[in-house]
Design a protein around this ligand. Structure first.
Ligand code: KIV
Ligand code: NA
Length: 272
């Protein structure tokens, strides 16, 4: 809707106040995040967080669209960005356009995110030139987990910096309205943020970025193991465990349902 934050508005935030982004995959979580965030990312991390897969490679376009629809129904303010999943865009600009167009048409969201630097520049130019705002994603790109050989922090070796800087510059030049920088050493993230004309959104990339994003379930304390860069702003995992434990105990000792939770006839019977 026209009340939502737009991709150009996010782009114009460069050099102003920090951009707040979080993931959401569902109506319930989108409603919570929409109250406080500028960007809701329907990340393909949902493959792992929501569907128990061991990487993001199993997310499909249909799955992303299903979750994107839920998030759109329950949010009104934030810019909703949906990840294009592995296998839906890498073959070329036309494939990327067809996938991204489906995402925008079927979910009603306003932007997509794709992983990759210089090699994706042509695709980003193709999409942005045809009405599809693109958020880029460089540094640690989880869809490349098999070729990277794991979820590895990028830029530990200074000789890698020029390549990663060139990747960020290429996607910005190609028209991306913002660039997610994941798992990147602070001095490199700072250099990239200083030279790019569009905002950098960091995840494990220091406070030097123009904004931050985290996986909601990680920062809420639902995830058992989290990377070093995650701060747990809550411990909802423990709170949920305690609530479910109490429920189980109350069912077993028949204290639930109690008097207030039972339907009884309001009509007095003859005896009563
Ligand atoms: O899939 C995801 O959640 C992401 C963010 C963590 C950047 O891509
Ligand atoms: Na992702």
């Amino acid at each position: 809707s026209h009340n939502r934050i737009s991709a150009p508005e996010i782009r114009a935030r460069k050099g102003t106040d920090p951009i707040v982004a979080l993931t959401a995959y569902s109506a319930l979580t989108a409603r919570l995040v929409d109250a406080h965030a500028d960007i809701i990312l329907v990340g393909d991390s949902l493959a792992m967080v929501e569907h128990g897969m061991s990487s993001t490679l199993g997310a499909t376009l249909d799955l992303m669209i299903l979750h994107g629809k839920s998030v759109m129904r329950a949010s009104t303010r934030a810019l909703v960005v949906v990840d294009l999943p592995f296998g839906s865009y890498e073959a070329g600009p036309k494939e990327a356009f067809e996938s991204a167009a489906r995402v925008l048409q079927e979910t009603g969201c306003s932007a997509v995110k794709i992983e990759g630097g210089a090699r994706m520049a042509e695709t980003i130019d193709f999409l942005t030139g045809r009405g599809i705002p693109v958020m880029a994603h460089v540094g640690l790109t989880p869809q490349a987990v098999m070729t990277l050989g794991g979820f590895k922090i990028q830029g530990r070796n200074e000789s890698d910096w020029p390549r990663i800087e060139a990747d960020a510059a290429a996607v910005a030049d190609a028209g991306a309205f913002a660039v997610v920088l994941e798992g990147t050493l602070e001095p490199l993230a700072e250099r990239i943020t200083n030279v790019l004309s569009v905002p950098t959104i960091g995840i494990g990339a220091s406070s030097k970025c123009d904004g931050q994003v985290l996986v909601l379930e990680d920062m809420l304390g639902f995830s058992e193991r989290v990377p070093r860069f995650v701060r747990r702003f809550g411990d909802l995992g423990q709170a949920a465990d305690e609530a479910i434990r109490s429920y189980a105990a109350a069912v077993k000792d028949r204290s639930f349902p109690g008097e207030a939770e039972v339907y009884r006839s309001k009509v007095k019977n003859a005896a009563g």
